[in-house]
Design a protein around this ligand. Structure first.
Ligand SMILES: NC(=O)c1ccc[n+]([C@@H]2O[C@H](COP(=O)([O-])OP(=O)(O)OC[C@H]3O[C@@H](n4cnc5c(N)ncnc54)[C@H](O)[C@@H]3O)[C@@H](O)[C@H]2O)c1
Length: 498
C-alpha cells in the first residue's frame, strides 16, 4: 500500500488498551513489501462494547479482516460466524477474515506461529515427543498446533493438574490416536521441551520445570520473548541442549496472519489457479489446508478436495473429481515445502518429509493424472520444480535434491508418454515474492536486496509471472513442447559472472 485509495482493503486490530500494539507497523510493512493494497489500523474497543463494534464492522464491505488481542480473544469466538475446530476447542481466536458475504471466519494462530517458528529454525516437530509446561491460553494453542503438526506423543505439565487434564480431554476429540499424558516437572524422555507458562518473564521467577533433568539431546523452546535468553534457556544451554527463543513464534505468526486475513492471497498455486480460471478452466484443488474451501468458493467452478499429495487415495479422489468436470486436461503438481538447514542437522524425519511431499507427492500426482490422460489420449502435466532443481544452494539439501528429481521426472515421463498425447513439463521458478518470503527477509533469514541484485532482471519474480508460464505450457500454443524445464527466474540460473 503506497497510498490509501478507494480500492484499499481495510484491516483492524481490536484491543483494550491499544497504545502498545505493534502489529499495525509490522503487518503494514509486510503488505507494502508484497504489494498488497491493504492497511491495518488500531481499533480501540472496550469489552462491553465489543459485540456492537464487531456488528458494525461486519457491515463494512471493504473490511478484509481483524486481528484480535487482549482482552477480546475469548469473547470473539462467539462473535465469529465460523471458527476452526481447534480455535473452538482452544476457546480463543486472534485472527479473523471477513468473507465477501460478510461472514467472519476466526482462527487461532498463536500455536501455528510457534510451530512455524520451529520449522524456520529447522526443527520439525512431526514424529518428535513433546513436553509442554503450562495449560493456559498460549499452552492450549501450542498443544493443538503440536498435535496437528504430528508429534509422536505429548505430555502436559501444569501446576493445577485439573487444567492439564481438561486440555488433554479437549485434544482427545480431534486427535484420538495421539498419546497425551499428564506430566510432572521432570521433562526427561522428551525430544522437545516447551515452556508455555509466563515463568521467566520477570527476574527471579521460579523455573517452569526441573532443569537438572535436561539432557543434551533435548531441544528446549520458549514462548517468552523478553528476555531473549530466559533463565530456562540459559540453564538448558548450559546442559548442552539446543534452544529455541520466543521471537520466531511472533515473527512467523505475522506472516500467517497476513496470509489468513488476505484469504491466502499469495502463493504460486493460487496465482496459477486464478490464471487458469481466467482462461475458463474448471478446477479441482487438492490441499490439506481447510482454507482451500474458501479459495474454491472465491474462484468459482472449483472443487476443493481435502487431502494430501502424499496419499495415493487422496490424489486419485481429486483426479476422479476432475472426471466429473468432463475429464482431466491439465494437471499441476504444485505442492511443495521448503527445507532450510545445515545438512548435518537434517534428521531422518526431516529428509523423509521433504521427499514425501516434494518428490513422492509429485510422482503420485503425475502417475494418477497420467493414467487418466493416457486413456483419453491427451493432456498436459506441469510439475513445479525450482531453479534449485537445476543449480544448487547451500543448506537446502532435501529441497535441491527433491526438485532435481522433479526436473528429471518431467523428462522421463515426457519421453514415455509423448507419442500417446500427454505432454509433461517442469517449471523452475527463482525467488517468488510471497508474504512468506518477505517475512523471512524481515527476520534477517534472507537478504532481499542481495537476492534482487543477484537476479539479472534486478527484482524478484511475481506469482503471476509463474502463472503465465504455466498457462502457456498448459495451452495448445505449447503443443510441441514436452520434457522441458522452463526457468521463470529472471535469468538467475543462467548467470555465471561475478
Ligand atoms: N516461493 C518461491 O520462491 C518458490 C520458488 C521456486 C519454487 N517454488 C515451488 O512452488 C510451489 C509452491 O510454493 P509457494 O511458494 O506457492 O508455497 P505455499 O506454501 O504458498 O504453497 C504451497 C501449497 O502446497 C500445499 N501443500 C503443502 N503440503 C501439501 C500436501 N501434502 N498435499 C497437498 N498440498 C500441500 C499448501 O497447503 C499450500 O497451499 C512449491 O512446490 C515450491 O517448492 C516456490
Amino acid at each position: 500500500m503506497t497510498q490509501i485509495t478507494g480500492h484499499t482493503r481495510l484491516f483492524g486490530i481490536l484491543a483494550d488498551p491499544i497504545h502498545h500494539v505493534k502489529t499495525p507497523q509490522a503487518l503494514n510493512a509486510l503488505m507494502q513489501r508484497v504489494g498488497y493494497d491493504g492497511v491495518l489500523v488500531p481499533l480501540h474497543a472496550r469489552a462491553e462494547d465489543l459485540a456492537t463494534v464487531v456488528g458494525g464492522l461486519k457491515l463494512l464491505r471493504n473490511l478484509g479482516g481483524l486481528i484480535v488481542t487482549v482482552p477480546h480473544k475469548t469473547a470473539m469466538v462467539d462473535l465469529c460466524d465460523e471458527v476452526s475446530e481447534s480455535a473452538r476447542l482452544i476457546g480463543a481466536v486472534n485472527t479473523i477474515r471477513r468473507e465477501a458475504d460478510g461472514r467472519l471466519v476466526g482462527e487461532m494462530l498463536d500455536g501455528h506461529g510457534f510451530v512455524a517458528g520451529l520449522r524456520q529454525s529447522g526443527i520439525e516437530p512431526e514424529g518428535r515427543s513433546a513436553y509442554l509446561a503450562g495449560a493456559g491460553g498460549a499452552a492450549n494453542a501450542i498443544a493443538f498446533a503440536l498435535a496437528q503438526a504430528g508429534v509422536s506423543r505429548l505430555t502436559i505439565a501444569n501446576r493445577t493438574r485439573a487444567k492439564a487434564e481438561d486440555l488433554a480431554g479437549r485434544l482427545a476429540g480431534p486427535f484420538p490416536n495421539l498419546q497425551v499424558d499428564i506430566g510432572t516437572p521432570d521433562p526427561s524422555g522428551h525430544d522437545l521441551v516447551v515452556n508455555a507458562t509466563s515463568l521467566g518473564l520477570k527476574e527471579g521467577d521460579p523455573l517452569p520445570l526441573d532443569v537438572a533433568c535436561l539432557t543434551p539431546d533435548q531441544i528446549v523452546a520458549e514462548i517468552i520473548m523478553q528476555p531473549v535468553t530466559t533463565a530456562l534457556l540459559a540453564a538448558a544451554q548450559a546442559r548442552g541442549c539446543r534452544i529455541q527463543p520466543g521471537q520466531p513464534m511472533l515473527d512467523c505468526q505475522l506472516a500467517l496472519m497476513a496470509k489468513f486475513v488476505t484469504g491466502g492471497a499469495s502463493g504460486i498455486g493460487l496465482a496459477i489457479s486464478r490464471a487458469l480460471r481466467a482462461q475458463g478452466a474448471r478446477l479441482v484443488l487438492l490441499d490439506p489446508d481447510p482454507k482451500s474451501g474458501d479459495v474454491a468458493a472465491e474462484l468459482g467452478e472449483t472443487i476443493a478436495v481435502s487431502g494430501s499429495v502424499t496419499s495415493r487415495a487422496d490424489v486419485a479422489r481429486a483426479c476422479d473429481a476432475a472426471e466429473d468436470f468432463g475429464g482431466l486436461d491439465i494437471t499441476l503438481a504444485n505442492a511443495g515445502i521448503s527445507s532450510n538447514q545445515p545438512t548435518l542437522d537434517v534428521t531422518d524425519t526431516d529428509w523423509q518429509r521433504v521427499m514425501d511431499i516434494n518428490l513422492t507427492g509429485v510422482f503420485l500426482t503425475a502417475q494418477e493424472a497420467g493414467r487418466r490422460m493416457l486413456a483419453r489420449g491427451r493432456g498436459s502435466i506441469l510439475l513445479m520444480a525450482s531453479m534449485y532443481g537445476v543449480v544448487a544452494a547451500p543448506e537446502r539439501i532435501g529441497y535441491c535434491v527433491s526438485k532435481a528429481g522433479v526436473v528429471m521426472m518431467a523428462k522421463a515421463l515426457a519421453v514415455e508418454w509423448a507419442a500417446r498425447g500427454v505432454r509433461v513439463n517442469a517449471i523452475a521458478p527463482g525467488y517468488v515474492r510471497t508474504p512468506f518470503l518477505d517475512d523471512l527477509a524481515a527476520r534477517g533469514r534472507l537478504d532481499l536486496d542481495r537476492l534482487e541484485q543477484r537476479t539479472p532482471i534486478g527484482r524478484l519474480i511475481t506469482p503471476e509471472e509463474v502463472a503465465q508460464a504455466a498457462v502457456f505450457l498448459a495451452s495448445d500454443h505449447a503443443s510441441a513442447i514436452t520434457g522441458q524445464v522452463l526457468g521463470v527466474d529472471g535469468g538467475w540460473a543462467a548467470y555465471g559472472y561475478l
